[in-house]
Design a protein around this ligand. Structure first.
Ligand code: UDX
Length: 447
């Protein structure tokens, strides 16, 4: 009989994983503690913007006309425990308030509330990004709490999905990593991932700590790559070089590769910033803090970008105060094709300028509602043109396709002063300059 799967936590990771598991042919039950979220998902609505996710969900949610009916949602952990052969834990692990370490309370609660109802054989699989050593601790907790004893086991299977590509990354992962303690666990996970494995996704079997470390070290590497090119942008800025050309030339070396070398206002989001901090904190606890002190520099290069963008805007406005100046901000999300504004560099820059007296108007294709909730005191416009109308300077801070497709000539006619600062090195300088704009970007020479 086909395996039954539960997915605990229905955020970006969990909702996508649940829908993908249904797409792979399994019966799936999603569990969340937030009643409204469960009600939305049960109606086939996705509580966030993720391309392709709503379609996939509606294809499988029970009760929707024409759906496979393989996907349901509940708030009851006992129902989930009774239903699943494999339980995926996909809850959030945010940064703790006031410290670098990761807040494990959602993972702990998710595991504990499920474990006490586990009366039959099953595999609990952690997907959340956690400090190394957590799986070992959680396995012991599971053994203590689960009535089925030895029949219940833990495995660790980190998730590498990117927001904006979550569906594709989940259905066609570039690798599947499983930390297991038994052949039985490995066999079950091979069964769960049989389709992507058959399609060619590499399947890497490890112990618990290695599986946990693959995720945090992958994110550290990506963060390092971005901060590296941003450091080069600072040097280019000082030396009169062009970081975009530099990155292009570096990228032709296939040991370096061209991805993740886009200089700009740096990385943000719910993962990279907090993951490198939690990794440093954990290394400290393990007595290996020296190994990761470089991440402190990666973090500070990254955070410095935001301040530099603010200074660049000040300079463009004549170098004095922001008081009475109108600043248009294009982009609020931490990256395009997402509505996620968590630790968004764009909003951070907008907020800093606003706090210094600038009149900031923000427009984002999908992130407006979340941005308004987080920064209710900023100005918001319904279109890019409305945001730019009357602006003394325009800041391009999230590289949505919509912004690359804007007509610079039409925009120039509504701005007070046609000056654009490209915080993502994504607009075409020639086109904008030809349309009458003064175009400046970080790490590139002025015209
Ligand atoms: C990241 C990892 O890529 C993913 O594997 C992991 O599972 C979760 O964390 P995500 O947070 O969705 O995914 O975003 P990602 O595409 O990695 O971008 C992170 C940030 O880096 C964004 O703010 C983006 O704008 C920035 N970035 C990315 C750059 O500034 N330059 C680049 O060249 C690439």
């Amino acid at each position: 009989m086909a395996l039954k799967i539960t997915v605990i936590g229905t955020g970006y990771l969990g909702a996508t994983h649940a829908a993908a598991m249904a797409e792979l042919g399994f019966e799936v039950l999603g569990l969340d503690v937030v009643t409204e979220k469960v009600a939305m998902l049960q109606r086939g609505e996705v509580p966030m913007y993720e391309p392709g996710l709503e379609e996939l969900l509606r294809k499988h949610v029970a009760g929707i006309e024409g759906s496979s009916g393989r996907l349901r949602f509940t708030t009851d952990p006992a129902e989930a425990a009774d239903f699943g052969d494999v339980h995926f834990i996909c809850v959030n692990t945010p940064q703790k308030h006031g410290e670098y370490a990761c807040d494990m309370s959602y993972v702990d609660t998710a595991l504990e509330s499920l474990a006490k109802h586990l009366t039959k054989a099953s595999l609990v699989v952690g997907k959340s990004t956690v400090p190394v050593g957590s799986a070992d601790r959680l396995a012991a907790r599971l053994a203590e709490l689960a009535p089925a004893g030895d029949e219940v086991e833990l495995a660790w299977n980190p998730e590498f999905l990117r927001e904006g590509f979550a569906v594709q990354d989940t259905l066609h992962p570039d690798r599947i990593v499983v930390g297991v303690r038994s052949e039985r666990a490995e066999k079950l996970l091979r069964e769960v991932y049989a389709t992507p494995i058959a399609d060619g996704s590499p399947f890497v079997v490890t112990d618990f700590p290695t599986a946990e470390l693959v995720k945090t070290s992958a994110n550290s590497f990506l963060a390092t790559k971005i901060s590296f090119i941003n450091a080069m942008a600072e040097v280019c800025e000082a030396a009169g070089g062009d970081v975009v050309k530099l990155a292009e030339a570096l990228g032709h070396d296939d040991r370096i590769g061209k991805k993740f070398l886009r200089a700009g206002i740096g990385f943000g989001g719910g993962c990279l910033p907090k993951d490198i901090r939690a990794f440093m904190a954990r290394a400290g606890e393990l007595g290996a803090d020296q190994a990761l002190t470089f991440l402190r520099e990666i973090d500070s290069i990254n955070m410095r970008r935001r301040g530099q963008m603010v200074e660049m805007a000040r300079e463009a406005l004549g170098g004095g105060s922001f008081l009475g100046k109108r600043v248009a901000v294009l982009g609020a999300t931490f990256k395009p094709d997402s509505d996620d504004v968590r630790d968004s560099p764009a909003l951070n820059v907008a907020g800093q300028i606003h706090l210094q007296g600038g009149q900031v108007t923000v427009y984002d294709p999908k992130g407006m509602a979340n941005a308004r909730r987080l920064f209710p005191t900023l100005g918001y416009a319904d279109t890019a043109t409305d945001a730019v109308r009357g602006a003394d300077v325009v800041l391009h801070l999230t590289e949505w396709r919509e912004f690359r497709e804007l007509d610079p000539a039409a925009l120039a006619s509504v701005a007070t002063t046609p000056v654009v600062l490209d915080g993502r090195n994504a607009l075409d300088p020639q086109t904008w300059r030809a349309a009458g704009w003064t175009y400046r970007a970080m790490g590139r020479p002025a015209a």
